[in-house]
Design a protein around this ligand. Structure first.
Ligand SMILES: C[S@@+](CC[C@H](N)C(=O)[O-])C[C@H]1O[C@@H](n2cnc3c(N)ncnc32)[C@H](O)[C@@H]1O
Length: 297
């Protein structure tokens, strides 16, 4: 039986997500998160024809259709996510071709929906572990896998400062933003060592990892900002402390908009490129991504 690993308290809210944000995320994630999901699922977990795969925190499900193309009709893909708008977007994409292979349900990683069943060959956790109570999510991953099954995680490493995190920190450290509590809304990104040790604690074996640099590009600074907001359910720019009085909220919101424009200005100034591989993309940056995978013995 897997043991529990402690995670910190979560300070963000999923409540601000809506259908518009789910659509922005759906479009943007095809070039960004799905690249990471595919890398861990195909290169590292080696998902193959006929496999049964469960996708924790599937968002609008882009990765699951790629996986469905690999596992085929003898396989099965179950994706779940706590955001109803994302599940709605995902379900609308289930065409005739996928109807027997892919299923999407509402649910949290800490409490996998009963309808998922067990005995999976693979459990994918792509770009989502930082939003969960990690100990419980990994425990559930262990439970739903069959013997020899593989869990695969992609995440931003907690000990590496990626460009937008550095820019956010730099902008918000200016005195004029003192009211924006920079700690609020921040999920905990695990380090490579933390994640590998957590996997071992819940019972996984043969744990391996890799940190890989991906080159990412967006049409412009606004597109990057919208993607950052959509992929964090509007938690990217923090709000005031929880005890901010109601009459202070408009002031905080206005300050957030000023900070938003300031960050976009830095993206434009420091990450603008004249030409990228994709001609219509003008903001580009390198990002380090952590991949960890392990097996249920
Ligand atoms: C950045 S998105 C990644 C979505 C998808 N895995 C992908 O690679 O495109 C993070 C996802 O984690 C989900 N999430 C947040 N808290 C979660 C939880 N407790 N359990 C499962 N998923 C969660 C969000 O709803 C969101 O869809």
């Amino acid at each position: 039986m897997a043991q529990n690993v402690k995670s910190g308290d979560q300070k963000f809210s999923l409540a601000r997500n809506d259908l518009k944000m789910a659509h922005i995320y759906d479009v943007g994630s095809k070039d960004i998160q799905t690249v990471m999901g595919r890398y861990v699922a195909i290169e590292k977990m080696k998902i193959a024809l006929g496999d049964r795969v469960i996708d924790f925190g599937c968002g609008p499900g882009n990765l699951d259709f790629d996986i469905a193309d690999i596992v085929g009709e003898e396989g099965y893909v179950f994706g779940f996510d706590p955001l109803p708008d994302c599940i709605d977007v995902a379900r609308r994409k289930v065409t005739e071709k996928y109807v027997k292979i892919v299923r999407f349900e509402l649910g949290k990683a800490e409490d996998v929906p009963k309808s998922a069943g067990t005995n999976y060959d693979h459990a994918v956790m792509s770009c989502m572990i930082h939003w969960t109570r990690r100990d419980e999510a990994l425990d559930q991953g262990f439970m739903v896998l069959g013997k020899g099954g593989c869990v695969g995680i992609s995440a931003l490493p907690g000990d590496v400062v990626n460009p937008w995190r550095e820019i956010k920190k730099r902008v918000l450290s200016q005195r004029s933003y003192w009211q924006l509590d920079s700690e609020q809304g921040l999920p905990h990104h695990p380090t490579e060592i933390e994640l590998k040790s957590d996997l071992a604690k819940v019972g996984f074996i043969d744990i391996q990892s890799e940190v890989k640099t991906h080159h990412l590009a967006w049409a412009d600074a606004e597109a990057l900002m919208q993607w950052l907001e959509a992929s964090t359910f509007d938690n990217f720019i923090p709000r005031g402390p929880k005890n901010t009085p109601e009459n202070g909220l408009a002031e905080i919101e206005a300050l957030r908009q000023v900070a938003r424009e300031a960050m976009k200005g830095v993206f434009e100034k420091e990450y603008r490129v004249d030409k990228t591989d994709e001609n219509d993309k003008r903001i580009a940056m390198d990002m380090k991504v952590l991949y960890v995978w392990g097996y249920k013995g």
